[in-house]
Design a protein around this ligand. Structure first.
Ligand code: C2E
Ligand code: CA
Ligand code: CA
Ligand code: CA
Length: 269
């Protein structure tokens, strides 16, 4: 028994070490990858109940020559810990503004919005609103087209500052969406004060909406909340026709998921 415990302990230490080494390796590869222009912006459409495309969500990928196409969950948390998220976020913002300016020149795409995911660290940058205005002016982005997606975690610190920042952005024609809505626990009390225009129902609710009456009740409540506050309600992670139909019945305004399209390079929009 003793030797078994000893072996387990040794195994535990070795995997921790590997982990730390792996993380250091990944951080340096990511740093180099950013310099070499290995980041890519993908996009996934958001459609209305008639499947008309209203806009797109920008989703970052890292195309590493050694590791292939890496999804954000595998490097964004690391980028947040090391502060590299600031640089990555600036790159995403720049790409998004440039893309919106391109879309604005074509009658077939000029109605499209583009949503960009923000990390809490980016919001805490002193000059964030100025940075956004600068990029919008630089490319000539029309008002009402750029949207930021924030998770409820950004509401945990300095709510007053966040409210002022979102109001400032709103005045510059930038919209805000609350991402993964329903998974946090503080949403309801903050909603009244927050200058947001959209709620994005988390995929975990969409997954079970067809056969779980309690899930349907939660979604109904979010839709009613949205109506009361004048917010656009979007469901993400829609994979099946029955999910789409049920969500539409429940009053959801817009839909996003593999049923309509997987994320693809934004240049293919
Ligand atoms: P998110 O903002 O909740 O994005 C939705 C995720 O669900 C995306 O994963 C998307 O590809 C995936 N998805 C969309 N439709 C479906 C579906 O029908 N079924 C399933 N199973 N999944 C679906 P992705 O692209 O891997 O992004 C993961 C997370 O990484 C995002 O979650 C977001 O939090 C973060 N992220 C992505 N791009 C950025 C970025 O530019 N900046 C920051 N800070 N975070 C980003
Ligand atoms: Ca999102
Ligand atoms: Ca989400
Ligand atoms: Ca998510």
């Amino acid at each position: 028994r003793q030797s078994g415990g000893h072996r387990r302990l040794r195994h535990f230490q070795r995997s921790m070490l590997d982990d730390a080494r792996e993380r250091v390796q990944l951080v340096s590869e990511l740093r180099r990858g950013i310099e070499r222009g290995e980041l890519r912006l993908f996009a996934q459409p958001i459609v209305d109940r008639h499947r008309r495309v209203l806009g797109e969500e920008g989703l970052i990928r890292w195309r590493s020559p050694e590791r292939g196409l890496i999804p954000p969950d595998e490097f964004i948390p690391l980028a947040e810990q090391t502060g590299m998220i600031i640089e990555i976020g600036e790159w995403v913002l720049d790409q998004a503004c440039r893309q919106l300016a391109v879309w604005a020149r074509d009658p077939a795409t000029q109605h499209l919005t583009l949503s960009v995911n923000l990390s809490e660290r980016q919001l805490r940058e002193r000059d964030f609103a100025e940075q956004v205005r600068d990029r919008m002016d630089h490319y000539g982005v029309p008002a009402g087209k750029l949207k930021f997606e924030l998770t409820e975690s950004v509401l945990n610190t300095d709510l007053d500052r966040t409210i002022r920042l979102l109001s400032l952005l709103r005045a510059d024609g930038v919209l805000t969406s609350l991402d993964d809505f329903g998974t946090g626990y503080s949403s309801l009390s903050y909603l009244r004060q927050l200058p947001v225009q959209q709620l994005k129902i988390d995929q975990s609710f969409v997954d079970t909406v067809v056969d779980n009456a309690q899930t349907a009740a939660v979604i109904t409540m979010i839709v009613q909340l949205g109506r009361a506050f004048g917010l656009h309600v979007v469901a993400e992670g829609v994979e099946t026709e029955p999910q789409f139909q049920r969500l539409a019945e429940l009053g959801v305004d817009a839909f996003q998921g593999f049923l309509f399209s997987k994320p693809r390079p934004i240049s293919e929009v």
